[in-house]
Design a protein. Structure first.
Length: 107
């Protein structure tokens, strides 16, 4: 699993029938800042993920990739590689909060 930030959404009006009705999100994986270890920083990569939890733009989520993305009852027959499996509330490293949903500025 990885932590990722939802940076947007994707609309594809033409896709395989099995994918109809599923929300597609643009997600950008994040990692712990290697030097300061007090914040999350982007990895500079972007993925398209299926979202079944209702995540929104700007939220941090947990994603899983590869065959693990197809291990839920809802996704076992979908041609997907990345799935949102959780919405992140807080991240603690070395007993320090490096991310808190309440700390994110809105607007």
């Amino acid at each position: 699993m990885f932590i990722a930030k939802v940076t947007g959404s994707l609309v594809a009006t033409q896709k395989v029938e099995a994918m109809s009705g599923y929300k597609l999100l643009m997600v950008e994986p994040y990692r712990l800042d290697a030097k300061s270890r007090d914040s999350l920083v982007t990895t500079g990569r972007t993925f398209v993920a299926i979202d079944m939890l209702g995540a929104g733009e700007g939220q941090f989520v947990l994603i899983t990739q590869g065959s693990s993305a197809r291990m839920t009852p809802e996704t076992k027959s979908l041609p997907i590689d990345t799935l949102v499996v959780g919405i992140v509330d807080t991240v603690y490293v070395d007993q320090m909060c490096v991310f808190g949903r309440d700390q994110v500025k809105k607007g």
